[in-house]
Design a protein around this ligand. Structure first.
Ligand code: AP5
Ligand code: MG
Length: 214
């Protein structure tokens, strides 16, 4: 099973991708998480990516595409994988199609999680991420059991640097401009599935599982 998660920043791609990866036993590949791990480790890639991420802009395709193509050619991706936050531009989608078709493969589904812009701004302001394991919570919708601490590992919960309101607005603008065209791209490819992301988390998950026919 090879799935792409599409959707605006804060639509719930990460939340759902994690659950789907567990259900199907396939790796969850989030380019945002890969960049954040590199920033934390102070790598060259991390330094370059941070400059764009802090402004709410996309990291250039040439830094992103090779990284993903390398990752999906690993052994653990043989039975499939779930891409969260990639592709995000038409050239990225074309690079992915090309790399897969060279192996006689293609993606099975592109799942677009639809959430309106007002709800996005509210979700991002309330999102807290664990500084240690990356698990995400929401102050109102998915509160941690102990305030300020991760349910899974007890680590401190922080507001992501790019979740500040002015950066969220810029990310939404970039999404509408550069990423939304992928909906038409995958519709044309015949693999687009749309899900109402305003529903509660569990319902969104059940709908995604249903549409994969499992
Ligand atoms: P990335 O980390 O991918 O961020 P994003 O797309 O902006 O998406 P988010 O992670 O913010 O949101 P999400 O959809 O995963 O939502 P979540 O599940 O957390 O990318 C960050 C940056 O890296 C980019 O801006 C860019 O600079 C760079 N980058 C990454 N990939 C790139 C690429 N391919 N090319 C170029 N640059 C790239 O949910 C959000 C909140 O809502 C949470 O608090 C959650 O608990 C809550 N929530 C989730 N579902 C529900 C629900 N159904 N009801 C109520 N609350 C919910
Ligand atoms: Mg995410």
């Amino acid at each position: 099973m090879k799935i792409i998660m599409l959707g605006a920043p804060g639509a719930g791609k990460g939340t759902q991708a994690k659950k789907i990866a567990e259900k199907f036993g396939i790796p969850h590949i989030s380019t945002g998480d890969i960049f954040r791990a590199n920033i934390k480790e102070g790598t060259e890639l991390g330094k370059k990516a941070k400059a764009f991420m802090d402004k709410g802009e996309l990291v250039p395709d040439e830094l992103t595409c090779d990284l993903v193509m390398d990752r999906i050619s690993s052994d653990d991706c043989k039975n499939g994988f779930i891409l969260d936050g990639f592709p995000r531009t038409i050239p990225q989608a074309e690079a992915l199609s090309k790399a897969l078709s060279a192996k006689g493969e293609k993606m099975d589904y592109a799942v677009d999680i639809e959430v309106n812009d007002e709800a996005i701004v509210e979700r991002m302001g309330g999102r807290r991420a664990c500084a240690v394991c990356g698990a995400t919570f929401h102050l109102v919708n998915i509160p941690p059991k102990v305030e300020g601490h991760c349910d899974s590992c007890g680590g401190p919960l922080i507001l992501r640097d790019d979740d500040k309101p002015e950066t969220v607005r810029k990310r939404l603008e970039v999404y509408h401009d550069q990423t939304q065209p992928l909906i038409a791209y995958y519709e044309k490819e015949g693999i687009l599935k749309q899900v109402d992301g305003m529903l509660p988390m569990e319902e969104v998950f059940n709908k995604i599982v249903q549409l994969t026919g499992e």
